[in-house]
Design a protein around this ligand. Structure first.
Ligand code: SAH
Length: 372
């Protein structure tokens, strides 16, 4: 008798879980479980691997949204330079240090500094100053930057000032889809080159994509995972595309009923397949998941194989001005009660925060020959 679609799926899943090197068509197949039972098995296999690699620990990073001033005009992004509705801000150094200290007080171990993209000297100098100041804090946090495409010299300068990880999403590894969601002049090739530059500069390297973009296919998403594997990255941050009302893409493709939930599901499957393919990398359960499912989005991400959460530690006054997409959760995660709630919700799924060290991705040490 011919095996059913479900049996075929489960046997491919077992191969993936066992560490077989998958082809793109096999990854695409895993991204489309034929029934709910197969989908549960996918999440279970990815979560099992997460537990083998990271135990029951979740790395928490304090997120600081440093500035929403941006020189780019990405068609999906709420802080694109042409969005005149945005009230632009840049945090002062004292505000940044306060946020970084708060992360330390909460035991987060690491922080992420994210901003709109600028490469003028006053900005690159400012980041350098911030990095030196934060590195001097008594808890010596691991610092991740997410400040866009920069020159090799800037990346080196920032590394020397204390940054050790960098997140730069490729957004889509498909050049045609990339072109469709960016204005003329934003080049796929340039973004790829920036990833290579970061690699050469010695960073722990992270990339990622948006999931559920208009016109995006499962085949393209499978190729995104192959791209992560080929780039040999250490960290993945990816999440659902969320239309933002004041952007060209958000206006052209407003949400239809049920669409966000579909994108959430697809994003969870992407996390699971990425875990199975990439094994020992850090994978973030991103805020965008939480935007679709405020109560359980991030927990679902962890149960699909993610091992990093990035609670916002910046002051709440800037949150509403850093609206990359609609529905961004506006919680004050600094309030002790919310932090308690986060820890409780982790405990409810059998996970706990790592409260020591920087939570480096094992993959980084493995690819540098420091681990077997
Ligand atoms: N400027 C920096 C980072 C800031 S934006 C850089 O270029 O890397 C961080 C990420 O938010 C982007 O990489 C993008 O993937 C995501 N993002 C922006 N707009 C979004 C939207 N409408 N829906 C979902 N994710 C979005």
């Amino acid at each position: 008798m011919k095996p059913s679609a479900g049996q075929n799926y489960i046997s491919l899943l077992a191969k993936a879980a066992g560490g077989a090197k998958l082809r793109v068509d096999q990854m695409a197949k895993l991204l489309l479980p034929p029934n709910a039972e197969c989908e549960r098995e996918l999440f279970a296999a990815a979560y099992k691997l997460k537990r083998q690699i990271c135990g029951d620990l979740v790395n928490l990073r304090g997120l600081i949204e440093l500035s929403n001033i941006c020189t780019r005009d990405c068609l999906y992004c709420g802080i694109r330079k042409s969005n005149s509705k945005v009230n632009r801000y840049t945090m002062g150094i004292d505000e940044v240090l306060e946020a970084a200290e708060l992360a330390g007080k909460f035991g987060y171990g690491s922080i992420v500094i994210q901003s709109g993209e600028r490469s003028d000297r006053s900005f690159t100098d400012f980041i350098e100053t911030i990095l030196r100041e934060i590195s001097r804090l008594s808890y010596a946090p691991g610092i991740t930057l997410s400040c866009g495409e920069q020159s090799f010299e800037t990346y080196c300068r920032w590394r020397d000032a204390g940054a050790k990880r960098y997140l730069l999403r490729i957004e889509s590894s498909d050049p045609a889809l990339f072109a469709a969601i960016h204005p003329a002049g934003t080049s796929y090739r340039a973004r790829r080159m920036a990833l290579h530059r970061l690699r050469r500069a010695g960073y722990q390297l992270g990339t990622g994509v948006m999931i559920g973009l208009p016109g995006q296919t499962v085949e393209q998403l499978a190729k995104d995972i192959k791209f992560f594997r080929d780039m040999d990255v250490d960290m993945i941050g990816m999440g659902p595309f969320l239309p933002q009302d004041d952007t060209p893409l958000g206006k052209q493709f407003p949400d239809t009923p049920g669409a966000p939930e579909e994108r959430l599901k697809l994003s969870l499957r992407m996390i699971a397949v990425a875990r199975l393919v990439l094994r020992d990398v850090n994978i973030a359960s991103t805020t965008a998941l939480q935007a679709i499912d405020p109560a359980q989005g991030r927990e679902k991400g962890l149960l699909a194989g993610a091992n990093v959460i990035m609670p916002n530690v910046g002051s709440t006054s800037h949150r509403r001005d850093y609206q990359l997409y609609n529905g961004k959760p506006a919680l004050d995660e600094n309030a002790g009660s919310v932090r308690q709630a986060l820890i409780a919700s982790l405990a409810a799924i059998g996970e706990r925060p790592r409260l020591d060290g920087h939570g480096d991705p094992l993959h980084f040490f493995r690819r540098n020959g420091k681990l077997k």
